[in-house]
Design a protein around this ligand. Structure first.
Ligand SMILES: C[S@@+](CC[C@H](N)C(=O)[O-])C[C@H]1O[C@@H](n2cnc3c(N)ncnc32)[C@H](O)[C@@H]1O
Length: 408
């Protein structure tokens, strides 16, 4: 898509074609040929192709933007890199609670964060160097009814004047063509820019990859790892008064209605270590990345690590915690394929999910090699491979009971 195709899609005729593509089955392969044939007979074929691409991108974007996706416009890179609504609302909430009334959104992409800033009541200005991306961001602000509070400007952020801005957010590109870049120096703009940007304004935040090494987090900044419905999505760096703890894990629900849970280092010493109890707790990935597993241990009466270097927590009792998934432990065995297979068969286990930490075993290969019968009359189990005092063990657990919201 180019800027011209976007303009055409936003006309009345474009809206009609978009609606027609959707009404005829969208990008579904079974109806696609018929849809294209019918629509090309009465509309500009280029417009029909652009609409079909847009419908496909909206399908992909639904996981991030929910129902909003159907009103928004996307580029393939834009949808890939955009901040999902729940996370963007979290970013915006941090600025709003810190008292920012205006925010500069550097590298605004297709406007995931920009729209959230505007929805949070901030006057936002998005800046991106790509012309089409800027046009898409502006279209999205308008489509979602916040264009009055979300301006978009095409510029290179490296030469953008930050003077007078009370708050700045930057979400650098972390892709080089189709590949993801892990080296923070290869971000665009690079990590060094994020630091100079943060030094130039009162309130600053930046999105970085969840794999960011802890030693890259500058002194005085806060690093926040964010998960959504248990999946780690990003890390954020917060500067100035926005930095309220060195490290934080924030667990967001898939939809904004579930409430967020956030945890910081409460200054506990090294957690106790001890033998497997009746329950195994697997901390949320954001908690693990933030180095806050000790907080899970502290939240559980009698909580302890199975091994000082591995992020599995055990306790004798069940206690609901939003910070971890709890598994009822049925058996603990020294790890051997033969022994595990015999044990599972004897217990009538027909299928397993294999989890591991501190084990070199390939879970998928193990699952195949167990050759469990499956089928009626058998039950599922979770097999957790880990180490205790250097020795490999397998814990055979019940599948977790999924609860609503965060409680697990
Ligand atoms: C990760 S995306 C931003 C996603 C955005 N936060 C959202 O939620 O939609 C990064 C964006 O940075 C832009 N970008 C990269 N380097 C830039 C630079 N030097 N100046 C301006 N924009 C830049 C890219 O064009 C891309 O759109």
């Amino acid at each position: 898509m180019d800027v011209e195709a976007l303009r055409a899609l936003r006309t009345e005729a474009g809206a009609r074609v978009l609606a027609d593509v959707r009404a005829r089955g969208g990008a579904d392969e079974r109806t696609l040929l018929g849809t294209l044939t019918a629509l090309r007979a009465s509309h500009d074929p280029a417009l029909v192709s652009a609409a079909l691409t847009q419908v496909r991108l909206r399908d992909r974007a639904r996981a991030k933007f929910g129902a909003d996706a159907e009103r928004m416009f996307f580029t393939p890179d834009g949808v890939e890199q955009a901040t999902r609504t729940v996370v963007a609302a979290h970013h915006a909430g941090r600025f709003a609670r810190a008292g920012a009334a205006r925010v500069l959104d550097l590298c605004c992409g297709i406007g995931g964060d920009l729209v959230a800033f505007a929805r949070a009541g901030l006057a936002a200005r998005g800046v991106d160097r790509d012309a089409l991306t800027c046009a898409v961001a502006a279209a999205n602000a308008e489509a979602l009814g916040v264009s009055g509070r979300a301006a978009v400007e095409r510029a290179d952020v490296l030469s953008y004047d930050l003077a007078g801005w009370p708050a700045v957010f930057c979400d650098p590109a972390r892709r080089d063509g189709r590949r993801r870049v892990f080296d923070v120096r290869a971000y665009s703009p690079p990590f060094s820019y994020l630091l100079s940007m943060a030094a130039a304004v009162p309130l600053a935040g930046a999105k970085v990859a969840p794999g960011i090494p802890h030693d890259l987090v500058p002194a005085g900044a806060e690093a926040e790892w964010v998960s959504v419905a248990g999946e780690v999505k990003e890390a954020g760096l917060w500067f100035g008064p926005l930095a309220t703890a060195p490290r934080r894990a924030t667990l967001l629900p898939a939809t904004p209605t579930g409430g967020e849970v956030t945890v910081t280092d409460s200054g506990l010493g090294p957690p106790p270590v001890g033998a497997p109890g009746e329950w195994l707790y697997e901390p949320d990935g954001a908690v693990i990345r933030a180095g806050l597993v000790g907080e899970v241990v502290a939240a559980l009466p009698g909580g302890r690590l199975l091994d000082p270097s591995i992020a599995y927590v055990t306790a004798d009792d069940h206690r609901r915690t939003p910070l971890a998934t709890a598994y009822r432990v049925r058996d603990v065995l020294p790890f051997s394929l033969k022994r595990l297979r015999e044990h599972l068969r004897a217990r009538g286990v027909g299928s397993v999910t294999v989890k591991k930490r501190g084990s070199a075993v390939d879970p998928e290969q193990l699952r195949r090699e167990l050759r469990l019968p499956g089928g009626p009359g058998t039950s599922p189990a979770v097999v957790v491979l880990t180490r205790v005092a250097g020795a490999p063990i397998a814990l055979v657990c019940d599948p977790p009971q999924r609860a609503s919201g965060h409680a697990r």
